[in-house]
Structure formats: structure tokens, C-alpha cells
Design a protein around this ligand. Structure first.
Ligand code: F6R
Length: 622
């Protein structure tokens, strides 16, 4: 979950690394630090709190050499071992001050390693698991003349002693002009420049310098100098990375005039949904997913689907289940990835496991997919991050084209995940012949209308912003929905919890009377996600009754309903209109007001909308 940057080249390493950290701060913001190699010295600066604290300290620092170094590493932390203090901030030095290390992940055998090192007389300066690595590297290099090759060799030996998940970067005061990295179960990507090279947790850290990237494999060590990138496995055998070109530029990772990344990302939703559909639909409305690498026979053999995911991606899966079962008639279960492997799910060769993840690095989802593969199931990843671990370890992948999602709260990823899931569902139905071509084409045409409909919703958000100011002092907000509106209610509540730090809960509207209705008090805001009255009238009528039930008990109802739905008017204290949309596709439009509501309430309460407390964008620990 931490962000990591390394640089060797001709520019000020401090400048490049701090700029990179700014783009990676979404990964964690408990502390930040840098180490720079300059004139044979290893210079360090680190501070608890957000990157701005470090930047302030650097601006006040008299250490001009810090700016002159041409190689360095930097870290932005999401604390696991040891509180978010200056002393626990990375980089961590070896006792002799020769080696500096930064780390993302958890070294599971750190307690044993620490005890061994302490028994050998090493004194620790922090409570972190990471510091072990600095001391272990120093021990490997003791008496060895410093060189890039020696540093890489020491890193390989140390990795052999580590258990758990880690991305590590290290520099050696005696090996100027080199940064060494290693990865196991944690992301690390190389940026290939001209006369300069980069290492980072993701490409956004170096995108303004180069769009040529190299994806590293599992259990690999990489050494970068200004002119070379050398990759080996942990045993020292030469290894190859996968070169790829990043097809978005630095502007995509900037705020573009919005106060918060989240607001920019909400506004990008029409575009990214269109991008995710583009190129995957043929002229006659057929689905074309050749890129997915699953043969038609593979898809015909599927007799059960599991969707595994976390948080917002899990909610996308819950929506997808309704569509997939309806279109394909294949049983589809949706599981929280963190629970999946602990309950011994029934899986075999004809099970398709769909792992949904924006980052492609979520450890819970990764572990679920590994479990599925061990049981011989086929795994299809739906992912937004090219080259990340989840798609790499899956049998097949369908990328969402959301572009970089920087705000910690997921918005555009959710809608693109819906689009990708719907493509998969329709493709399965098409290949298995359970839907006629014209039926598939009809749904495809509806899907293609979604970008315009989302745009329309975005144009009518002023009343929601006004409502947000009123609700900023509420103590609780409840969300109810039925059918695909139920996961939308869950998603609305999740957004509000994580951004506004308010009590918020989503319920299936029919469940209220089985307990939760006791929560309703005079004035309790209840957001009601209403399905279209067309198509499934019963569903609509039932939720209208549920709205009346909560209103009769004093609730203040905020009703999200489609244009022309007059039946809800008498029961809505505030009515938010969305365009008419077929029931299964409604989450594309009904989710948007809930995203805006959460962002605006958080802003009204004075919170950091992009970096809510205690969270990180990429959750690489279990
Ligand atoms: C909520 C949110 C999280 C993520 C979850 C999964 O706004 O962003 O709940 O959806 O941590 O992350 P990915 O999709 O990267 O696997």
C-alpha cells in the first residue's frame, strides 16, 4: 500500500523522486521520506504525516547536496508495523549508515530476523519490519567493495531469507549511480528513459518522464543505473521483463481544474465507460472479446461463476450477478475476496472465477484467485492497471479503460467494472447461444447509451450539492434499494463512510422490516434507490411501499428515481431525477448522485476528499 520511487539519471534525483511521490501519495500518506546519493554520501530526509510535511522540511533544509544527487529513492507510507512517526518513516538505514531501504508489503518473518540481528548486537532505530532488510544488506556487504553488481547480489541473498510480501528498493553509499529493487507479491515497475531509468509502484510516478515501462515478474531483482536495466531472479539467473507502452499521459494524472481528483474522476465517467466499451462491439452489435484469451469452448464449458472482489469492486460484482444470471442462466455467486479461500468453496475446471480489481494488486483478491487456480478453476481478471499482479496471474484478462484513478474512493473504476462485467455476461450468452444475436445487440445498444445518460446526470447535480450541505451535520444516513439498486445502496453507504466518516448503511429495502427499521427516527435521512417502473413493475411498487414505511416513521426521504416516475412524488422529500434506463443498467446512472453526495458532504465537513483517513488506494496486505 506504500508508494515507492527510485531514480538514476542526469536530473536532480530529489526533484524526480518527490514529484513521483506526489503522484503515489494515494497509496498511503502516514509519512514520507527520501534518500539521495550525492558525492559519495547517503543523505536522508523523512517526516511523519503527508508529503507536504516532508516538502516543508526539505524547503527549510540547508543541505544543498540533497538537491545535487543524481540517484535516489523515496517512499510514502501506509503504516503496518510501527506507528506513523518520524522514526518509523522510510527510508531505513543500516547501523553503519551505508545502506538505505524502502519497502512496501509485510515481511512476515521479521520478528525472527529482528531477534537474530539483535542477538548479533544490531541496534534497531525503528519498530518496522523493513529495518531488518537494511541490516541484512549491510551484513552481506560488510567488507565487500561497493558496486552496483555487489548491491544486486546482496539483495538476492537477502530476499532468499524473507517471507511475506515485499517490494524493496535499496541504495548503497559506496555504489553511487545505482538503485536495486526486488519484488514478491507486491508491485514494482521499471520506467525506461534515455540516460535515466526509474523504479516505481506504478507508472504514474514517472509518466511525465517516460511512457516506456517494463513489467517485472514475481521473485525478481532489478538493478538500474543511468544506462542499464538488469533483471534476474532471486538465484541470479538472467530474467526478462515485459516491455509495454503506457497509453495515457501525465495530464491524466492531474486534477485538471477540479478541487479534488475524486470530482474529476466522477466527471470522467461518461468517457471512461465509452472507452471500456470501445473496440469490443462489432458492427452488428455482437460482442468481440478475442483479447480475453478464453476460447469459445472454455466459455461453453463453464457451469458456475464466482465473482471475487473487495469494497467497491465487490459491489460491481453484486450488480453483475443479476445481469450474468439473467442473460446466461449460469449460477453466479459473488464473494468477498477476503472470505473466499477460508470457506472451502466448491471449484473445479468448469468454474469461472472473475476477479475484479481496479489496482490489480489487492492482496485479498490475489489470494482468492490463487486459491481458485490451485483448485483448477479458470480465472478471468477485470482490471484497470496494465501489468499488475492480478491480471498477470490470471488465465485471462479484460482491462477496464478507466485511466489512472488517484482519489482513494473508487468512482470511475466502479462504472467501468460494470461495463466490463456486462460485456463478459453478454459474451457468455452469445457464445453459449442462450441469447439470439438481436437480443444481444439490443442490450449492447442500451449499454452504448450509458455515457450520454451519465453525462445527463452529471449536469443535474446542483440539488445534490445543496443537500450535501444540509446533511453534513446528520449523524446517520441510510440507503435502501432492491435488485441492482441494493448494491448501489451499499456503494452509496460505503462512499459516505469512507469520505465523511459518518455512520451510513445500505440495506435491501425488503429487509428493513426485519430489524433495521428500528434505526429510523424523526428526520433520519434515507436515500431510496428506485428501479424503473417500466419492465419490472412489481419491484418498483414494492420499493414505493418501503419508502412509505420509512416515511411513516419520520424518515426524511431522498428519492433517486427516473424521469416520468410520478408514483414516488408524494413520498419524496427530495427527488433526484435520473434518465430512463433499463432495470439492469440503472446502476450506471443511480450511483452517480451518491458519489457526488459523499464527496460534497466530506468537503462540507472539511475532510480531505482524495485521501480519507486510515485508508490507502492499493491494499497490498491481507
Ligand atoms: C472504496 C474503494 C475500495 C476498493 C477496494 C478494492 O471506495 O476504493 O473499497 O474498491 O479496496 O480495490 P481494488 O479494486 O483495487 O481491488
Amino acid at each position: 500500500m506504500c508508494g515507492i520511487v527510485g531514480y538514476v539519471g542526469t536530473q536532480s534525483a530529489l526533484g524526480v523522486v518527490v514529484d513521483g511521490l506526489r503522484r503515489l501519495e494515494y497509496r498511503g500518506y502516514d509519512s514520507a521520506g527520501v534518500a539521495v546519493l550525492a558525492d559519495g554520501r547517503l543523505l536522508l530526509a523523512k517526516k511523519a504525516g503527508k508529503l507536504s510535511n516532508l516538502e516543508k522540511a526539505l524547503a527549510e533544509s540547508a543541505e544543498a547536496e540533497l538537491r545535487s544527487g543524481l540517484a535516489g529513492i523515496g517512499h510514502t507510507r501506509w503504516a503496518t508495523h510501527g506507528g506513523p512517526t518520524d522514526r518509523n518513516a522510510h527510508p531505513h538505514l543500516s547501523a553503519d549508515g551505508r545502506i538505505a531501504v524502502i519497502h512496501n508489503g509485510i515481511i512476515e518473518n521479521f520478528a525472527r530476523l529482528r531477534a537474530q540481528l539483535q542477538a548479533e548486537g544490531v541496534e534497531f532505530a525503528s519498530d518496522t519490519d523493513t529495518e531488518c532488510v537494511s541490516h541484512l544488506l549491510a551484513a552481506e556487504l560488510a567488507g565487500v567493495p561497493g558496486s552496483p553488481a555487489a548491491l544486486a547480489e546482496a539483495m538476492r541473498k537477502v530476499c532468499g531469507k524473507l517471507e511475506g510480501a515485499f517490494t524493496l528498493l535499496a541504495v548503497d553509499a559506496q555504489a553511487p549511480g545505482a538503485v536495486v529493487g526486488a519484488r514478491r507479491n507486491s508491485p514494482l515497475v521499471v520506467g525506461r528513459g534515455v540516460g535515466e531509468n526509474f523504479l516505481a509502484s506504478d507508472v504514474s510516478a514517472f509518466i511525465e518522464h517516460t511512457r516506456e515501462a517494463v513489467e517485472l515478474g514475481q521473485d525478481q531483482v532489478v538493478l538500474i543505473t543511468a544506462d542499464a536495466i538488469e533483471i534476474t531472479d532471486f538465484d541470479g539467473n538472467p530474467a526478462q521483463g515485459r516491455d509495454y507502452h503506457v497509453d495515457w499521459d501525465a495530464r491524466a494524472a492531474e486534477k485538471g481544474g477540479y478541487d479534488w481528483f475524486m470530482l474529476k474522476e466522477i466527471a470522467e465517467q461518461p468517457q471512461v465507460v465509452a472507452d471500456t466499451l470501445r473496440g469490443r462491439i462489432g458492427e452488428t452489435g455482437e460482442i468481440m472479446l478475442d483479447e480475453v484469451r478464453l476460447t469459445d469452448q472454455d466459455l461453453r464449458d463453464v457451469d458456475k461463476i464466482f465473482i471475487v472482489a473487495c469494497g467497491t469492486a465487490y459491489h460491481a460484482g453484486l450488480v453483475a450477478k443479476y445481469a450474468i444470471e439473467h442473460w446466461t442462466r449460469i449460477p453466479c455467486e459473488v464473494e468477498l475476496a477476503s472470505e473466499f479461500r477460508y470457506r472451502d468453496p466448491v471449484l473445479d475446471r468448469s468454474t469461472l472465477v472473475v476477479a475484479i480489481s481496479q489496482s490489480g494488486e489487492t492482496m485479498d483478491t490475489l489470494m482468492a484467485l490463487r486459491h481458485a487456480k490451485e483448485q483448477k478453476a479458470r480465472v478471468l481478471a477485470i482490471c484497470n492497471t496494465n501489468g499488475s499482479t492480478i491480471p498477470r496471474e490470471s488465465d485471462a484478462v479484460l482491462y477496464t479503460h478507466g485511466g489512472p484513478e488517484i482519489a482513494v474512493a473508487s468512482t470511475k473504476a466502479f462504472l467501468t467494472q460494470l461495463a466490463a462485467c456486462f460485456l463478459v455476461g453478454l459474451h457468455l450468452a452469445q457464445v453459449r447461444g442462450v441469447k439470439y444475436a438481436d437480443e444481444v445487440a439490443a442490450v449492447v445498444a442500451q449499454l452504448q447509451e450509458m455515457p450520454d445518460k451519465i453525462e445527463k446526470v452529471l449536469g443535474t447535480m446542483d440539488p445534490v450539492r445543496e443537500l450535501a450541505r444540509e446533511l453534513a451535520t446528520a449523524s446517520t444516513v441510510l440507503f435502501i434499494g432492491r435488485h441492482v439498486g441494493y448494491p448501489v445502496a451499499l456503494e452509496g453507504a460505503l462512499k459516505l463512510k469512507e469520505l465523511a466518516y459518518m455512520h451510513a448503511e445500505g440495506f435491501a429495502a425488503g429487509e428493513l422490516k426485519h430489524g433495521p427499521i428500528a434505526l429510523i427516527d424523526h428526520g433520519t435521512p434515507v436515500v431510496c434507490v428506485v428501479p424503473s417502473p417500466a419492465g419490472r413493475g412489481v419491484l418498483h411498487d414494492k420499493i414505493v411501499s418501503n419508502i412509505q414505511e420509512v416515511r411513516a416513521r419520520g424518515a426524511r426521504t431522498i428519492v433517486i428515481a427516473e424521469e416520468g416516475d410520478e408514483a414516488v412524488v408524494p413520498y419524496a422529500d427530495l427527488l433526484v431525477r435520473v434518465p430512463r434506463t433499463p432495470t439492469l443498467l440503472a446502476p450506471f446512472v443511480t450511483t452517480v448522485p451518491l458519489q457526488v453526495l459523499a464527496a460534497e458532504i466530506a468537503a462540507s465537513r472539511g475532510h480531505d476528499v482524495d485521501q480519507p483517513r486510515n485508508l490507502a488506494k492499493s491494499v497490498t496486505v491481507e
